[in-house]
Design a binder for this molecule. Structure first.
Ligand SMILES: *Cc1c(COP(=O)(O)O)cnc(C)c1O
Length: 403
């Protein structure tokens, strides 16, 4: 038996979205500010804030837009230095540059988490804000990070694009820092094609972000579900004083997202069970290593990352080719020429490529393969067997034909 070609396809959108979309096609009411109140985007924001346990949520066009608006809402001076992990998606340093700030890259260890020694050392060098990317849902030591940042009064933005449903000491990821940002792009837990959302308890910050997201004139009033004197005062304070970047979400996207919110617990549960099952299989191979989560972390994975053990670059590339021959697409982050998660490909950052040997070494042996929550046990067995067999083929040959 081999893997079916649709193994990695997205889940269907819940049927409930269809009626809402049909009604919108009839009415043409696609813009969030046309209705006097309770537009689908506004309802999504209220539901998401309730789900996460925060006061405010602002839905926008992407997680990148949410990161950009978060930095703008913090009112950092032009050229402010923003500390980010060197293992993240290119959208993160891009959002920093877009906000007229300068990304500073911090080392990441073999377990895909921020190296705290390098983090602390760089935090002392005139850092205006920190973005923590929970890359592929891996949570860095947030206790240590928040303690270090709080002591220096440096705001923390959580890039939880790929971490919806993850918990740290039982608390929702995205609620630990000053603001948390999520993505609804198709490869994330909730799929609207495109979209993002930011959450915070900070009335002044969210008022600034709402206006800059494109709430022109008095449209900010449609973000108030009741009396909130702090939020009302913040809107009055910032009215007409901020640029409008128009990064709004469409009602159509909100209608696709809202019925998926109820699916999150199942996707998290199944995704974690699938991941842990495949991780146990891979850890049985002497050439593969899946780093464990940190103790306070409950993960919500829809993919698996593992390190190749004892393979040089040629073996790593041969391994990826062998896995592909078995029908499983495995990407070794650093072994392709244009991977958007390899920091040396972020040539748009001013200055030389930074020297980050630890992160570079990790990227040269860290593998990435998708593991959607809806896979069956037999599909998981096929994937795990293909990966282990590919490693054995490559390393077995090395042993036979080696020195
Ligand atoms: C997907 C992703 C982003 C970007 O999200 P968009 O909604 O596509 O802008 C940012 N950071 C991480 C860690 C991601 O996985």
């Amino acid at each position: 038996m081999t893997l079916a070609s649709n193994t990695y396809d997205a889940e269907p959108i819940p049927e409930a979205a269809r009626a809402a979309i049909d009604a919108m096609l009839q009415s043409g009411d696609l813009f969030r500010y046309t209705a006097p109140q309770d537009a689908p985007v506004a309802l999504l924001e209220r539901e998401f804030a309730t789900l996460m346990g925060t006061k405010y949520a602002l839905a926008v066009s992407s997680c990148s837009a949410a990161l950009f608006l978060s930095l703008k809402a913090l009112d950092l001076p032009r050229g402010a230095r923003v500390l980010i992990p060197a293992f993240t998606f290119a959208a993160v340093p891009s959002a920093v540059l877009h906000a007229d700030c300068l990304p500073v890259l911090c080392e990441v260890g073999a377990n895909y988490r921020i190296d705290l020694q390098d983090f602390e050392a760089k935090l002392g060098r005139d850092i205006g804000a920190v973005i923590i990317s929970h890359m592929r849902g891996h949570t860095s030591d947030m206790d240590a990070i928040l303690a270090l940042c709080t002591a220096r009064d440096i705001p923390v933005i959580e890039d939880a694009a790929h971490s919806l449903g993850t918990r740290w000491h039982g608390r929702n990821i995205g609620t630990l820092g000053r603001v948390g940002c999520f993505s609804f792009q198709s490869y994330k837990l909730v799929n609207a094609g495109e979209g993002g959302i930011m959450i915070t308890d900070d009335a002044d910050l969210v008022a600034r972000a709402i206006i800059m997201s494109g709430a022109y004139e008095h449209n900010w009033a449609k973000h108030m579900a009741g009396s909130d004197p702090a939020l009302g005062a913040a809107f009055e304070r910032w009215q007409n004083r901020l640029p409008l970047y128009n990064l709004r979400l469409s009602n159509l996207s909100a209608a696709i997202i809202r019925p998926q919110l109820a699916e999150i617990p199942r996707r998290v549960r199944d995704g974690r069970a699938n991941h842990d099952y495949v991780a146990a299989c891979l850890n049985d191979s002497p050439w593969l290593d899946v780093p464990p989560p940190l103790p306070p972390e409950e993960r919500a994975p829809d993919s698996i990352q593992f390190n190749l053990v004892g393979m040089d670059d040629a073996a790593a590339r041969a391994f990826a080719a062998a896995a592909a021959a078995h029908g499983v697409k495995v990407q070794v982050f650093g072994q392709s020429t244009d991977n958007a998660r390899a920091f040396w490909n972020w040539r748009f950052i001013p200055g030389d490529v930074p020297d980050l040997p630890q992160t570079r070494a990790m990227l040269m042996s860290a593998c990435d393969t998708r593991l959607p929550a809806r896979l069956s046990r037999s599909q998981l067995d096929l994937i795990a067997t293909a990966i282990c067999d590919a490693a054995a083929e490559v390393m077995g040959q090395t042993a036979r034909y080696g020195t």
